[in-house]
Design a protein around this ligand. Structure first.
Ligand code: SME
Length: 153
């Protein structure tokens, strides 16, 4: 699928609601439906000690990812998108599903701070390309624009 079509789908899905749970849930569902070769797509939210599971599509996953370990923590702590072609070769990789072979993680920001990560897993080695990274980073920029993380209660 072309990146601009996906970006239009993301934008129409996100607008006009700015609720983080709504947007994380619907964006995970859209990605899981539209991107081929995935076995998991979802969010982890940043806490003091690590990352806590958020809305996702796929098999039930690890609830808490401790700081300093695994691909998601590395992306959050370095504020950098990461593609891992072979998860078995990534030191400290956390295997929530032993079927996963490659992974892409994109940091999500609010006020220039990383508040969450978007994590995509695939059972295919080297599933994710640099172009996929650009397309998903653009989707996450839209997500950031359409999401307000403050509590309304
Ligand atoms: N593999 C990730 C953990 C999250 S699951 O893949 C859903 C990691 O190493 O951080």
């Amino acid at each position: 699928m072309g990146g601009s079509l996906f970006a239009r789908q993301v934008e129409s899905l996100l607008s006009p609601y700015k609720d983080p749970i709504v947007n994380m849930a619907n964006l995970s569902a859209l990605i899981y439906e539209q991107w081929s070769g995935l076995n998991w797509a979802g969010f982890y939210r940043r806490q003091k000690e690590g990352l806590l599971l958020g809305p996702f599509q796929g098999k039930p996953a690890c609830v808490f990812l401790p700081a300093g370990k695994g691909v998601c923590a590395a992306a959050a702590e370095q504020d950098k998108s990461i593609i891992v072609d072979d998860v078995h070769a990534f030191p400290g990789h956390i295997a929530c599903d032993s079927a996963s072979r490659s992974e892409m993680v994109i940091p999500v920001h609010m006020d220039n701070r990383v508040v969450a990560v978007l994590d995509l897993d695939s059972p295919r080695p080297a599933r994710f390309t640099e172009e996929d990274k650009r397309v998903m980073e653009a989707a996450v920029r839209l997500f950031e624009q359409y999401t307000e993380w403050r509590c309304e209660l």
